[in-house]
Design a protein around this ligand. Structure first.
Ligand code: AVI
Length: 320
């Protein structure tokens, strides 16, 4: 495929990393946005996390997609234009496209040009019969979809991995409202959501014994040092993830191991010994909570599939 010809560039505004980091460090408690985890090394480390024994999410979602493929295809209907939010590793996409009845086109929507271009080559090799129409855009906003050569019956937004859970609830609601626009009248959305369960299982998933999640979290500081010239001491912080049962969410923190000062873009930020900086949310859902948030965005849950232990779910949404 000639990526230059087929890629639709909607010119998303580039991330203001420095501005976001300065604002986050000025807040109380200090925070850094988790979207900056995913530089090249961060993406490799996340891929490694998905293979850790404690991180059940990916394993269960893959099995669920395999096991429910025929039912999902039935519920979705033929000739879908599959629209994926983010360009993942392709494993889940391949299972979905194989299961669906005559999917017409596949559109990954991704804000990072390099990530999108890297995925385009792989996608074209993998999905020979399906037209690949990548879009460079911010999927948290409504996205006009490119028209496939062969007409699709409807769009199906695919947002696996419980990535929705990494957004705060107000951000997730805005994202679902944008999804409502992007999917169109006859469209739908298939989301993977991680379900509430015992804190021990959840906390183990975000504190793997091999320490990959810790390395992933600390890589955020390495990435900022490289990309915006901050001087975070990587040995001066440790990873901590705990489950906050009230909001139903894993909160990941970087905890300062000493009293220290960090310089970012001419500003100094003092950390006390033991001070915790918030770096990621991973929300875990109940059926009622998820359905209520979808309803606020004008969407209804029309079908759902859970694994046998009710640890992880797929939900098919349509306009209410
Ligand atoms: C990408 N996202 C859904 C992962 C999660 O489970 O929240 C990111 C992650 N963070 C630590 N481990 C995995």
């Amino acid at each position: 495929m000639n990526a230059a010809l087929k890629l639709t560039d909607l010119h998303p505004s580039p991330d203001d990393i420095t501005g976001d980091v300065l604002a986050g460090l000025a807040s109380v408690p200090k925070r850094l946005p988790s979207k900056y985890f995913y530089d090249k090394r961060g993406s490799q480390l996340f891929e490694q996390i998905t293979h850790q024994p404690e991180y059940y999410l990916t394993r269960i979602e893959l099995a669920l997609l395999e096991a429910s493929g025929a039912e999902i295809a039935d519920a979705v209907g033929p000739r879908a234009h599959v629209v994926e939010y983010g360009s993942g590793s392709g494993r889940k996409t391949r299972i979905l496209l194989d299961a669906l009845d005559d999917p017409v086109a596949y559109t990954p929507i991704e804000i990072s040009r390099s990530a999108l271009l890297a995925s385009v080559e792989r996608l074209d090799r993998e999905f020979g019969d399906v037209e690949v129409l990548p879009v460079l855009a911010d999927f948290t906003q409504p996205v006009p979809l490119p028209a496939p050569a062969r007409q699709a019956e409807h769009a199906l937004v695919f947002f696996p991995g419980s990535t929705l859970g990494n957004f705060t609830n107000p951000e997730a609601l805005r994202l679902l409202r944008a999804m409502h626009q992007t999917m169109g009248d006859r469209g739908g959305a298939l989301l993977g959501i991680d379900l509430q369960k015992s804190p021990e299982i959840l906390e183990a998933a975000y504190n793997d014994v091999a320490g990959v999640t810790s390395e992933f979290t600390l890589n955020l500081l390495a990435r900022l040092n490289r990309d915006i010239g901050s001087d975070f001491d990587l040995d001066g912080f440790i990873h901590r993830a705990h489950y906050a049962a009230g909001p139903g969410c894993i909160e990941t923190w970087l905890v300062s191991q000493k009293s220290q000062t960090v310089q970012v873009h001419g500003s100094s930020f003092d950390f006390a010994d033991g001070e915790a900086m918030q770096v990621e949310y991973s929300h875990k859902y109940t059926d009622a909570g998820f359905a209520a948030m979808a309803a606020e965005a004008g969407l209804k849950v029309v079908r759902g599939w859970n694994d046998a232990k009710d640890w992880f779910g797929l939900r098919l949404l349509q306009r209410a």
